[in-house]
Write a protein that binds this ligand. Sequence first.
Ligand SMILES: NC(=O)C1=CN([C@@H]2O[C@H](COP(=O)(O)OP(=O)(O)OC[C@H]3O[C@@H](n4cnc5c(N)ncnc54)[C@H](O)[C@@H]3O)[C@@H](O)[C@H]2O)C=CC1
Ligand SMILES: CC(=O)C(=O)O
Ligand SMILES: [Mg+2]
Length: 374
Amino acid sequence: MLIGIPKEIKNHEYRIGMTPAGVRELIENGHEVIVQRDGGTSIGLTNDQYEAAGAKLIDTPEEIFASADMIIKVKEPQPNECKMLRPGQLLFTYLHLAPDPDPEQTKLLVESDCVAVAYETVTDANRGLPLLAPMSEVAGRMAIQAGAHALEKAQGGLGVLLGGVPGVAPAKVTVIGGGVVGINAARMAMGLGADVTILDRSLPRLKELDAQYGPQLKTLYSSAESVEQEVINSDLVVGAVLIPGAAAPKLVTRAMLGKMKNGSVLVDVAIDQGGCFETSKATTHQEPTYEVDGVVHYCVANMPGGVARTSTFALTNATLPFALALANKGYKKALKDDAHLRNGLNVHRGTINFEAVANDLGYEYVPAEQAIAE
Ligand SMILES: NC(=O)C1=CN([C@@H]2O[C@H](COP(=O)(O)OP(=O)(O)OC[C@H]3O[C@@H](n4cnc5c(N)ncnc54)[C@H](O)[C@@H]3O)[C@@H](O)[C@H]2O)C=CC1
Ligand SMILES: CC(=O)C(=O)O
Ligand SMILES: [Mg+2]
């Protein structure tokens, strides 16, 4: 199969769909890979590295879309990328057609007659989302790095070092939500020596975290009362809740901010689902923080983009086995053999195969099994 990897064109997107090591695996499995020249240069993945891995460098996205059997990307195709997709061409990338509907992209994908498998709806045996998890791991870990920076005096923070020093107590860090983001944040905070509490409303999850991390990690059942008590006594609060398919609940209210120390910090990772603090509004890497009632807010909606090199490696590690299955078997057999990969099928030859997208945007829903049956 001829596999094409174009340079990402979304504003400030520096990741690329595959590392040189991933490209080499595809080639060792008998495929040809074409990569857009300078697609990874800005994150230190050089043209020479791609060529050494066996890829052929191509100057324009037009040439890649015109010839590849499968396109591997990172972000949802932008309108002029959608227009380059060809009938039957396989697209493997984040699409995000639900839960926040994207009628324009959906229409263009349907019109293109392509076959689009979305990273974010591929599932695993533990009811997880294995191609979303690496970005949650990145964001969770980064939340502590960002929070620690924001706590510095020059950034508007209280001037607190997370780990303290001998003779000075560590900072108090509260993480609301104990899923992938939450535990990665908690691990980083514990690693820096902070005093860490994690809240979740799933008792099985709290039991799991308690068993894994022991007394160094305090666990608390999440309620309005426990959230308020923890938040008002914290130096750093990380919002990491998710209710699948719904907007994040506003767990930290504006009234609570007045009871927090001036210069304490809120990092709302859940901002991409609307945020779990009442006072959150999305920010960018260029201007990541703002202040409300003396409390510093960090609400960057695309945190993994800030560490695009690490994120590219993490994404390739997760997508490569699925990309290999699609390329080695052809998409129909790969999707028939693996129900979890099949859950990734969103658009097939003009039909919508993800129920929430069909319902949200008024398309007929054609289940994936039916779409790939013949
Ligand atoms: N800003 C960014 O760049 C990024 C944001 N995210 C977002 O981070 C959020 C968390 O993602 P994951 O950790 O992967 O989800 P997850 O599903 O692994 O974990 C969410 C956790 O929240 C818990 N939860 C739900 N309601 C709660 C409540 N009222 N109180 C306490 N806990 C509650 C759930 O029980 C679950 O354990 C999502 O909104 C996700 O979209 C993820 C990656 C990057
Ligand atoms: C999850 C996603 O859309 C991203 O990492 O960009
Ligand atoms: Mg205050």
